[in-house]
Design a protein around this ligand. Structure first.
Ligand code: ADP
Length: 222
């Protein structure tokens, strides 16, 4: 288990971000320059070059879009919302993707209403990220449990999957900008999510066992 984004880590976040952005955008740029030169020099198979160049532009666009999410003014508008309703909406949004990937989401709620002061759109973003990651972790399908438990002063939400898991040595990198093991991943989803939870004065922790699954636990004050 790891409490994510401790203070010392946060201090270096800007530096990590800067290095990460430079790296992530330089790669597709280098490739774009190369193909531009090939086209200029009259090399053939322009159609293939255009296709690859288009993919590289899309890559830069994806990274910038995710960064813009981060740049949104942070003081969130907190309203009293039913967290169960928020989760139900997220499940509905992801249902088609679950069907395609053979994934079943089991909602294990004790009650139908738990009111939380939150920015529901931002929390939706968090749970969409967590559940999408859980789906990605189970390429052969499986089950995701969404557990909600109410304690006196807080609500605990767990997203559990039966996926590939995260190796012990990589656990510390979870949530670092641009840390991704996916071919088309940006490695920004969890960092954005952890930032949102922090803005809600909540906490995130993760436990994982390779080839058995991963559990993300979110705690929010009531
Ligand atoms: P991305 O999905 O673009 O890679 P994220 O920040 O959402 O970025 O996730 C970072 C990395 O954390 C993923 O690439 C994956 O290696 C790991 N990860 C996140 N969630 C899970 C999970 N439920 N099971 C296994 N690995 C996970």
């Amino acid at each position: 288990t790891k409490e994510i984004l401790q203070k010392s880590e946060k201090l270096s976040l800007v530096g990590q971000m800067a290095a990460g952005i430079a790296h992530e955008i330089r790669n597709p740029l280098t490739s774009l320059k190369g193909f531009l030169q090939l086209i200029q020099s009259g090399e053939s198979d322009k159609q293939l070059y255009y296709k690859i160049m288009n993919e590289e532009f899309n890559r830069i666009e994806l990274i910038l879009n995710e960064l813009l999410l981060l740049a949104k003014p942070n003081p969130t508008t907190l309203c009293e919302k039913n967290i169960i309703g928020v989760l139900d909406q997220v499940v509905a949004i992801l249902q088609p993707q679950c069907n395609i990937q053979n994934v079943q989401i089991n909602c294990l709620y004790q009650t139908e209403e738990i009111l939380v002061f939150c920015d529901d759109n931002q929390l939706k973003q968090v749970f969409i990220n967590l559940i999408k990651n859980a789906i990605d972790a189970m390429p052969k399908g499986g089950e995701i449990s969404l557990e909600v438990e109410r304690e006196s002063e807080q609500v605990i939400i767990r997203v559990k999957d039966q996926g590939v898991g995260i190796p012990e040595e990589k656990l510390a990198s979870i949530g670092r900008p641009f840390f991704s093991t996916k071919e088309n991943g940006t490695g920004l989803g969890l960092m954005i999510s952890f930032g949102i939870i922090e803005n809600h004065n909540g906490k995130v922790s993760v436990t994982s066992k390779e080839n058995q699954g991963t559990t993300f636990t979110i705690t929010l004050p009531l």
